[in-house]
Design a protein around this ligand. Sequence first.
Ligand code: SF4
Length: 326
Amino acid sequence: MKTVFSGIQPSGDMHVGNYIGAIRNWITLQDQYRSFFCVVDYHAITQDYAVKEMGRRVFDMAVDILALGVDPDKATLFVQSMVPEHTELCWVLNAVTGHGDLERMTQFKDKSEHQPENINAALFEYPVLQAADILLYKAELVPVGQDQVQHIELARRIARSFNHRWGKVFPECEPKLTPVAKVLGLDGQQKMSKSLNNHLPLAAMEDKPLRKLLGRAVTDVKRVERTDPGDPDVCNVFAWHGMFSTEEDRAWVREGCTTAGIGCVDCKGRLAERMVAHFAPYRERRAELLAHPERVKDTLHAGAEKARAVAKKTMDEVRHKLGLWR
Ligand code: SF4
């Protein structure tokens, strides 16, 4: 059975972009592969954050992942900093990573632009830690969106360089593209992100707050008046319908939008209904987990133990290949 690794940053409130881009796939993958899913808190410290909130962010993320349907009996769910071999392997991999390769990473350039006052070395090294995350478990497959493919290609090059220099240890991982390439935010322009404040948090999946949020969603700009026909194919609200609504709903929107038979409020109202229904089981499971936080902690500790057993084995192999004294 092939191994899959995937990580998610503890960014605070889980949102629809995280769910569609990552967790929904994890739920499918856990039935098909030996799966390692990780809350990557060491990645999160490359950006400014409130220290006091980090623990809560990690815990909340784990609660959401479990509530959405990741099953610890099928997949290993753990927190990155609880498995110190991640950073140890990262250091080793630094020795076979080209500086020029890291300079070419578009995400580093983007993040540097967004936080010019804090362009730290860890931000630059981010893809090497990401490679270590993957290679520690000898994962062959990494589910990612198109924007992460460059990082996975680098991880593959790093694995090849390691194997060439010290002898074969790592497989060359492949990106497994997520079915939805990119989930756009309320602005209809940029990838959904909490930091851009264009997100739909799962915490808002109740009728009133969701309708209010969807009210902000940018639609087809040519639809100024209710009587103006629109084009669903240029409207991000319609893209969300594709993720949560039925085929009949989508046909109803297409017909109503192109003929001005329905208004955007009707269209968003139907979407809100579907999303609330979709996330109802999640809300129920989340409430149950929050009532028993010790269950979440136990799950994360057990996950870290399982992950560590694999990670230690890989590091023993790595140290041996490196010729380190013991
Ligand atoms: Fe978008 Fe729906 Fe309005 Fe059409 S009716 S422009 S699909 S929100």
